[in-house]
Design a protein around this ligand. Structure first.
Ligand SMILES: [Zn+2]
Length: 307
């Protein structure tokens, strides 16, 4: 753990914590964490900051991001499919004509497989986890096991770069966005999604918010900060979206209910970090989430950015 309190992006001293006493309520990684805002660039940075060994350990735990959707429960799978269908038209447009796609932080390759079925051409994945990279290759899609910054990409080599639930996991989002800009072909687009620290569910649940996900979520964004980061990386045309996605709210309720468990690491009530009632919460919270969609205060932010 790194206890220094400097912004890793711009080097300025971080302001005092806005939210602290955050724990890994899902998997029981040890310690308590806070998010401290940078007064200069506006990013919220995890404190203390995990080193690579901490992160390796955190991802080695029974991690939901590496579980097949079938294992997350039937209701979840149904909801997942319903939400995905809504996205299908937009994605088809992005990959029309056999666009080449680089999915950064691709997990087990579900999104790449979907883009292939929608007509994408050259596909490439990148993931830090060996388990994830093997799962992607098993789908017949090449995958670089490592980080985006050590991936030897040629400049202007991809039409679409995907960063779904990625930037908030990185060690320096500015360098990652710079790399994305570099590998995009003229006319290309960067698409992605990340937690919205300025959402209603974040304000309501505080240290129990599902989008905290410590120590894995190292940086937090709001709409303004995301726009500014994209702008500094050379993306001048940015469209933000506020998707109907109840996963952070559902996880927040689960975290609240698990807060009294003494040994979170061996919590018998959770499987792949999720309780049996989690899928039901995903559905039950949809009506609550609708006003947040209309007023742009959802727990997730999506973006499409062009140079
Ligand atoms: Zn900063």
């Amino acid at each position: 753990m790194d206890g220094s309190a400097q912004c890793r992006v711009c080097g300025k001293p971080l302001a005092p914590a806005e939210v602290f006493g955050i724990r890994d309520w899902e998997y029981g990684f040890p310690g308590e964490f806070a998010y401290r805002p940078c007064p200069d660039c506006g990013l919220r940075q995890l404190f203390p900051f995990p080193d690579l060994d901490d992160l390796r350990e955190a991802y080695r735990m029974d991690y939901h991001g590496h579980a097949e959707p079938g294992k997350k429960g039937l209701l979840y799978a149904l909801l997942f499919r319903a939400l995905e269908r809504k996205e299908q038209a937009r994605l088809s447009r992005l990959v029309a004509g056999g666009a080449s796609v680089l999915d950064v932080g691709c997990g087990i390759g579900l999104f790449l497989e979907k883009l292939r079925s929608l007509g994408a051409g050259g596909l490439m994945g990148i993931d830090f986890s060996e388990t994830a990279a093997q799962a992607v290759r098993a789908r017949g899609i090449p995958c670089h096991q490592g980080t985006f910054l050590d991936y030897p990409a040629e400049a202007e080599s991809h039409d679409v770069v995907v960063m779904n639930n990625y930037l908030e996991h990185t060690l320096n989002p500015a360098l990652e966005l710079g790399q994305a800009r570099r590998v995009l072909r003229p006319g290309g687009v960067l698409v992605g999604e990340l937690p919205n620290f300025e959402s209603w569910d974040r304000a309501l649940f505080g240290r129990f918010w599902g989008g905290n996900h410590v120590p894995r979520h190292t940086f937090q964004f709001g709409p303004g900060v995301l726009r500014a980061c994209l702008g500094r990386a050379g993306f001048s045309r940015v469209r933000l979206g506020f998707p109907l996605n109840t996963s952070h709210a559902a996880l927040s309720v689960q975290n609240l209910l698990q807060r009294g468990v003494a040994d979170l690491r061996n919590n018998p009530a959770l499987r792949h970090g999720r309780a049996a009632y989690y899928s039901a919460l995903l559905l039950a919270l949809i009506p609550v989430n609708l006003p947040a969609v209309l007023l742009r205060r959802t727990g997730h932010l999506s973006f499409e950015a062009r140079p």
